[in-house]
Design a protein around this ligand. Structure first.
Ligand code: C5P
Length: 227
């Protein structure tokens, strides 16, 4: 059976748990995602631990945002870990995104447009007035123009972003919940089937899989709905 276009968010309290989850889900999914908490706690060694012998693709979700020279240095530093995706904030500007792209040519740079945690009021506070979708589309176009090969956006925005950037750019969506699953703190969710139908290429799913009694079984069940 081919593996599903899912990136399992390994938001684990410790390295052992992350490794167990990774081992359980990798037969069923294409990607595992290591985020800031795990990377800051355990450093680059976490990558080898979660990858194990599986050869699963790695999504390094570090959301880099600094001056271009510093982001280039960080991207170069983690390129040796051979992630398939590395995230940067599109809000850092075109030169910053381009610096990451050029520093890590074998890695797909995934630009985060607007964090889904930001409400219109918060966006207004930081000077991004207007409908959030306008900022999302503007930042998506900016990042793709700077060479980003992927974008992270909410499932609610994915159709508009696809229309903005066209085919050929990998669209990655968190906030995905199987029908009937607990939404937890995700406010704007879509089912895996809907997100793919709207143009997503890779679905980030965490707790519906890692919080299940058997993460392997949960991953297989969601993967089966997409087969
Ligand atoms: O457990 P859950 O499925 O909500 O996990 C979603 C993952 O996607 C988490 O690692 C979260 O940090 C990440 N994420 C998100 N929303 C964004 C960007 C990343 O939920 N806008």
């Amino acid at each position: 059976m081919s593996r599903a276009p899912i990136a399992v968010a390994l938001d684990a309290p410790d390295l052992e748990t992350a490794a167990l989850w990774a081992k359980a889900v990798t037969p069923h999914v294409q990607v595992v995602k290591v985020g800031l908490e795990l990377f800051c706690s355990h450093g680059p060694a976490v990558v080898e631990t979660v990858r194990g012998g599986s050869g699963v693709d790695l999504f390094l979700d570090l959301k880099l945002h600094d001056i271009p020279n510093t982001v280039a240095g960080a991207a170069r530093a983690v390129a040796g870990l051979k992630p398939r995706f590395l995230t940067v904030h599109a809000g850092g500007g075109a030169d910053m995104v381009r610096a990451a792209v050029e520093a890590a040519p074998d890695v797909t740079i995934a630009a985060v447009t607007v964090l889904t945690s930001m409400t219109p009021a918060v966006l207004d506070e930081v000077g991004l007035a207007g409908p959030p979708l306008d900022a999302v589309r503007r930042l998506a176009a900016l990042a793709v123009g700077a060479g980003a090969g992927a974008l992270v956006c909410s499932p609610q925005e994915v159709a508009a972003v696809r229309a903005e950037v066209g085919p050929g750019i990998t669209l990655i969506t968190p906030g995905v919940r199987p029908a009937g699953a607990d939404t937890q703190d995700q406010a704007r969710v879509a089912t895996p089937e809907q997100a793919l139908a709207d143009g997503a290429d890779l679905l980030v799913i965490g707790r519906p899989i890692t919080g299940a009694p058997d993460p392997g079984v949960a991953a297989a069940a969601i993967a089966a709905t997409l087969a």
